[in-house]
Design a protein around this ligand. Sequence first.
Ligand code: IPD
Length: 265
Amino acid sequence: MDLKKLLEGVERAARHAGKIMLEARNVGNTVSEKEGHANFVTEYDKRVQEYLFREMMRLLPGARMVGEEEGADAFSDLDGYAFCIDPIDGTLNFIAGYFPSVTSIALLEDGRPLLGVVYNPYADEMFSAIRGGGAWRNGHAIVSSEAPLARSLTLFGTAPYNPELNQITGDLCVEYLSRSEDLRRSGSAAWDLCCVACGQAGLFFEVNLHLWDYAAAGLICEEAGCVLSDMRGAPLRFDVVTSSVIVASRGVSAEDYLPRKPFEI
Ligand code: IPD
């Protein structure tokens, strides 16, 4: 398979998905609720996902499709090739007109990411990676920061759809606030991970993320030299529906990135 050519095709599709997001109007009128607290979907999430499924099938016929808005059942069998897609990561931002929101597309091979693309149309920023081939922002190679955690920002997500995880998220915020320079919460996990990959932040954590939120950006981080694990310190898995996620840049030591208290959820 010509991975460079495939990457070009995936990036082209991500750009078109971004155009659909940029041209969205009256988003608030297209919202419907999903299961869980503040868990919404818009007509644009569905439209972008339909478009991306179609395009990915054209680019790699026979690949399975796993997406946030449908296709989650494909998780039962990730053998072979599977595209794992979050059409709009940061849906709450998208509805509120607060930025960023991004499109995230990963190609998995037997449950391991082979290629990843994250596109933020609001800043026209394209992050991409090929396994073993490096990571790029708008075509320029990126590596994560060499600064220690004490000289870095920590980014985090709040697992908004799982209120039972609020306390543990809050406790971790207190812990990492004192271990790093400060905290930031963007509203898009894929975007946060790309910010760690390109050296803007030293650490990202969230206690419960779906694979479609981190599959593409996880590969981008890996290729930028980051360490990826779950919050118990085990290597991050890409063959599961959800996981806790912690990603540290090159300068952050193992004793600094893992939570000090045993992590139980
Ligand atoms: C959400 C965002 C958010 C994270 C949530 C995700 P969505 O994705 O990535 O930052 O905290 O856990 O579900 O639902 O907007 O695609």
